[in-house]
Design a protein around this ligand. Structure first.
Ligand SMILES: Nc1ncnc2c1ncn2[C@@H]1O[C@H](COP(=O)(O)OP(=O)(O)OP(=O)(O)O)[C@@H](O)[C@H]1O
Ligand SMILES: [Mg+2]
Length: 382
């Protein structure tokens, strides 16, 4: 490779004839062209920018196929008309973009979706940003098909669940209306009617709750992600549950990382998810116990652990907990708690894992991605 030879000549001040030097330079140019050709042939397009000067160092040919740009201009990103894309590039260069990956759609007739990600790296004390573009239109079409069939399957489970859930309140309402009719007919309405009506009202409320829970589980969720402190949310929750914990003889222990980076969170939704998890733990610790909530930085993620030493789960339960309407709580559970949790964590691009042993306890682990702007170290490649 002539590039290597050129480096050697430059670094060691080797004396070479002008002729020979020209040869080496031409060889190095050929090497560059060859490498560029390899990159140009890739479906994934790259734009390489030097952070400080905003100078575009490299653009690969497939970029023009993916986003509407003029590849001949000095700075192709300047020729982008799409407002959202312009905003995105500005945020990436300013270091304020918080999402690792974003999808953008273009086109009037056939709409194309391009997934754009970026990767900052250091080379010889300069920071570069490699912005990558991938056409994911076909992949998305396949995913939609798959999701449609999955949605249909889960709708069937849901529908069966709802039918099962509403049966009990409806049966109770039927019984108490007929008792009420009998009481009126036998002139005992004054004595009995109020009690019967109370029960009918409670069952109506129960039906309403089932409808609200069901709608939350099936409707697309509105998420409002903002930079927020996970520790604050946990401390607020811990205050909120303190009284109930004390009456249930449950000790709450927090191990919170003081230097935790801020995360993109929807405070209201995350609170709701964590309350579901904590309520499950409280229920599992019928005779008291300890609830440990711990968070810590782990690579590009923040890990959050919620640990109880309650009854634990059987293998069968472990497999089914995220199924809508799966519950082992005969009368008191709807079985939508963890379905909701999963939905909320997915909306945060997070992950959930579970460790549980019968008679020992349960640990839920959540992983939330740390926004790039909050990560401590850049990938250093010298
Ligand atoms: N910390 C835990 N310890 C033991 N079992 C648990 C724990 N968390 C969840 N489970 C099991 O998972 C099941 C499903 O939980 P999920 O929260 O989805 O529904 P639920 O608690 O039964 O009802 P609800 O809709 O009122 O939350 C529970 O019925 C229980 O068997
Ligand atoms: Mg629950």
């Amino acid at each position: 490779m002539s590039i290597r030879l050129l480096k050697k000549v430059v670094s060691s001040n080797l004396k070479v004839s002008e002729e020979h030097f020209k040869e080496i330079i031409n060889g190095a140019i050929d090497d560059y062209d060859l490498l560029k050709e390899v990159l140009d042939r890739e479906d994934e397009a790259h734009v390489l920018i030097e952070r400080e000067s905003h100078a575009v160092v490299l653009v690969t040919r497939s970029l023009a196929k993916l986003i509407p740009v003029s590849i001949n201009s000095k700075n192709p990103l300047d020729s982008v008309k799409d407002q959202d894309l312009r905003k995105y590039f500005k945020a990436v260069l300013d270091g304020t973009e918080s999402m690792d990956v974003r999808d953008f759609s273009f086109g009037e007739g056939e709409i194309k979706t391009v997934r754009i990600s970026y990767m900052p790296f250091m080379l010889k004390d300069r920071e570069y940003i490699d912005i990558r573009f991938n056409d994911i239109t076909e992949t998305l079409k396949k995913e939609v098909k798959l999701r449609n069939s999955e949605a249909l399957a889960s709708m069937t489970t849901m529908a069966a669940g709802v039918a099962h859930e509403i049966k009990n309140p409806l049966a109770a309402m039927q019984i108490y209306t007929s008792l009420l009719r009998k009481a009126i007919a036998s002139g005992k309405a004054e004595e009995k009617a109020n009690g019967y009506i109370d029960i009918i009202e409670q069952e109506t409320e129960r039906l309403n709750e089932i409808a609200v829970d069901f709608l939350f589980a099936v409707k697309p969720m509105q998420v409002d992600l903002k930079m927020d402190s996970l520790n604050d949310i946990i401390m607020e929750l811990s205050d909120f549950i303190a009284v109930e914990a004390a009456t249930k003889n449950i000790r709450i222990t927090l191990h919170l990382d003081k230097f935790l980076p801020t995360l993109m969170l929807d405070r209201k939704l995350l609170r709701r998810a964590l309350l579901n998890i904590i309520n499950n733990s409280f229920y599992a610790m019928k005779n008291g116990g300890e609830l440990i909530i711990e968070d810590k930085e782990d690579g590009n993620y923040v890990k959050l652990l919620v640990i109880d030493n309650g009854c634990g789960m059987s293998e069968e339960t472990k497999k089914r907990i995220f199924e809508p309407y799966y519950t082992t709580k005969a009368e008191s559970g709807t079985g939508l708690g963890l379905t909701t949790v999963l939905k909320i964590i997915n909306a945060h691009q997070g992950e959930i894992s579970l460790d549980s042993q019968l008679g020992v306890g349960t640990c839920f682990t959540f992983k939330f991605p740390i926004p790039k702007s909050q990560r401590k170290s850049l990938d250093r490649k010298e």
